[in-house]
Write a protein that binds this ligand. Sequence first.
Ligand code: FAD
Ligand code: UQ1
Length: 470
Amino acid sequence: MASSSLPITRLAMTCLARHQPTAAILGLKPSMSVHHRSQASLYSSEAVPRSKPANSKYKVVIVGGGSGGCAVAAKLSSLGKSCAVVEPSDLHYYQPIWTLVGGGLKGFQSSVRPMGQVLPSSIDWIQDKAVKFDPENNNLELSSGDKVKYDYLVVAMGIQLDYDKVNGLVDALENDPVVVSNYTPRWVNKTFPAMQGFRGGNAIFTYPNTPIKCAGAPQKIMYLTEEFLRTTGMRENSNIIFNTAQGVIFGVKKYADALQKVIQSRNIQVNYKHNLVSVDHKERTAVFANLDKDNELVPFKYNFLHVTPPMSSPDVLKKSPLVNEGGWVDLHKHTLQHVKFSNVFGLGDCTSLPNSKTAAAVAVQCGILHKNLTDTMEGKKPTSLYNGYASCPLITSREKCILAEFDYNLQPQETLPINQGVERKLAYGMKAYLMPELYWQVMMKGKWNGPATIRKVLHLGMSKSSKLQA
Ligand code: FAD
Ligand code: UQ1
């Protein structure tokens, strides 16, 4: 069995058999899992930000220390101080758990660890922001004014949250307790208190007119809210409304059909092609443009409003020579090598790859990128090919989930030898208990390349062979 399947088997046994929350599995009290820098520095294996000026040269520079950057850094950790990660933040977030934080099912502290404990200690951590890319000269400028030279560059800067593109939204999120958003650590802790305080009326959930990360998250929190209101006796007085700028509920037909059944059985109203354009929190009114009717403005009164903001590539990238016309890092969609600069690779949410933007996709991309980067460094051609695998655990209640897995062609690529297009407790257990451990203990150590090996074993070689990897 390939090495990637061993750690997950162990984790599955510990997490699913015991069915205990993360902190308990780690033997931590909830409050112990977040360390401030002073506490964190007690750990000898921790990466510390370098203090000398960064006018230096590295073999590999990784920009961004999120899911993709840290996973690649772990794979390259044997390069030691000839590899550096440029990352400004003190903290690393496991964002997929924010849906459960918003739903009151996990504590926020389970989503966060000090960056120094997640980055490998053997490499250099440059705690700064990249502000200018000069790929013609293999050069990167930091906000400090320092310059860093590299032989190879990996771009993993994530996606930018454009809350300010919706008039009145930031003001509403700051000042109205019933306007919430699971997409950022700044506001995710508002969601559950707003659910608890809801006394009837319109509960509205939005999906913007841009690419976003985790396309399922805008509706997952809706299902959790709808269920919560049933348990508190508030459901009868309420309208649950999903206003999406998209024309479909989900991009993969098999899972869209399953979600339609959930929506019908739970009496949820869906308005397609409705794009949020402004929020007036004093009037508790959200205004949507109807994209099918010449942007006709449609006001909705709200008593609870969960907003998924518009998103785009980070501004620093948009103005760089690395991107396509949409602003995304322009990569070959199978090799993850830059289309113009052969010493540049990228992965994750900031890229042009037409997969669904998820951490599950990043895990597979990380394995492909590592192989192709090291081959390129040895003068070979990149041969490892990404098939667009992404996964989205579509939580439909506090105990059930539809585990969507699919590729670039929007064809299901299911790991379990059972139909994943139905709501299952097993899938919820995987999402809530297995995935966080898989992320922290395996992916962040550079040892998780996605579930392809497990899928092959569980399907006993029945899946079609392909040169593309998932
Ligand atoms: P990120 O992890 O966002 O990291 C980007 C990093 O780049 C950050 O650390 C940032 O500080 C850094 N950076 C930004 N600008 C600069 C700069 N100028 N210089 C240096 N560094 C910079 N995925 C799933 O697989 N399953 C799920 O169920 C799921 N649910 C989700 C639910 C929510 C609410 C959210 C918000 C996300 C969810 N995701 C899920 C998506 C997943 O978290 C992302 O797709 C994943 O984190 C992307 O990894 P990344 O490395 O591309 O970006
Ligand atoms: C996955 O690999 C992954 O990355 C760690 C996730 O991120 C949070 C996921 O949510 C999922 C579903 C996967 C896919 C893994 C399996 C075992 C189906």
